[in-house]
Design a protein. Structure first.
Length: 341
């Protein structure tokens, strides 16, 4: 019998189910997907899944569990596996979808998706996932709660504006809307205060935030979001990978002379991280001469202000990464290096 080099459990995650495929890689590099099953996405299902895998997998070979980062639905299972000493690999959905297109699969189902994830894990060397620092976890929860509050407050403000524009607005409705806006604003301030206290309580994270805040346009909130959404750059190997994770990488479609699409950012990444770069980029363009010069040159080159602003967003994100990885404060030399890259 051929020697088994690697065992992988590919997990397709949704809100209620975990659809898994078990595969192995032999010494001649041949792959085999030899079992699949569905389990409930809860504690009972997690235990049943582990028992099923242990009964089928080769005990002499360490089994890796590979899954997509699907919102929050994968987190409980990933934590469970980590607490049980299992090797967990969490992959961005765009990487799996790109790999899926290389396979000869015409019908997409939960089963075929889990098989593709297992095959991806067998053919790639992936970084082991680790539970995030508790401070990063809390910061991410708080920053996302704040984001929801802001969206809700904007909605209520728009409703209030519409009510005020009516011929005979109903005063009681207006008062309730105003109270909701006041409440949401108060809660936002509470969240920001909690985030500041969390950052101050962790010496390492506090130092990282201070480094990031030396960049023109970057404040405590932006720094906290970037660190929380990347788990302190735990698995980020380079600037290019970080930009791709944020969905700020450029995609261009071109084929011969007949097909040529406009270059666009992919937006296939962490939308919270991408959105966190928007206001800092505008602030940097207004207040920092270097960023303003770069913005002006880019606008002069292609005439599209939004495209130039996105480029500044990308560079600020790269700057945060460079400063924290090198444990240094911002200076003009760093921006020149990032711009040259």
């Amino acid at each position: 019998m051929k020697k088994i080099l690697k065992e992988v459990v590919g997990v397709d995650v949704d809100q209620k189910k975990l659809v898994v495929s078990l595969g192995r890689l032999f010494e001649d590099l041949e792959q085999e997907i030899y079992a699949h099953k569905a389990f409930d996405n809860n504690a009972t299902g997690f235990s049943a899944l582990l028992s099923w895998v242990s009964n089928l997998a080769d005990p002499a070979v360490e089994t890796c569990f590979v899954m997509e980062a699907t919102g929050v639905y994968h987190e409980s299972f990933a934590y469970f596996l980590d607490e049980n000493g299992k090797v967990v690999n969490i992959v961005l959905p765009n990487k799996i979808s790109n790999y899926f297109r290389t396979l000869e699969i015409k019908t997409i189902t939960d089963k075929s998706s889990s098989e593709a994830i297992a095959s991806f894990g067998l053919s790639r060397k992936l970084s082991r996932w680790k539970k995030p620092d508790p401070t990063f976890k809390k910061l991410k929860q708080l920053s996302r709660e704040r984001e929801q509050l802001i969206v809700e407050r904007t909605l209520v403000k728009n409703q209030l504006h519409a009510e005020n524009a009516e011929a005979e607005p109903y005063k009681a409705s207006l008062q309730r809307m105003e109270r909701r806006i006041t409440l949401l604003t108060k809660q936002e301030k509470e969240i920001l205060q909690e985030m500041k206290l969390l950052i101050a309580s962790n010496e390492k994270i506090n130092a990282q935030v201070k480094l990031a805040c030396t960049i023109p346009g970057v404040g405590i909130l932006t720094s906290a979001i970037v660190l929380a959404e990347t788990n302190g750059f735990e698995h980020v190997k380079n600037k290019r990978q970080l930009v791709s994770y944020a969905g700020l990488d450029v995609r261009e479609k071109q084929s011969g002379t007949s097909v040529k699409g406009k270059p666009r950012i992919s937006k296939r990444g962490n939308r919270y991280l991408r959105k966190a770069m928007y206001l800092p980029a505008l602030a940097a363009i207004r207040s920092n001469e270097q960023h303003r010069d770069i913005f002006a040159r880019l606008v002069a080159r292609h005439g599209i202000k939004m495209k130039a602003a996105v480029a500044i967003q990308r560079k600020i994100l790269e700057l945060i990464y460079v400063l924290i990885k090198n444990n240094t404060v911002y200076n003009e030399h760093h921006l020149k290096l990032v711009h040259a890259a």
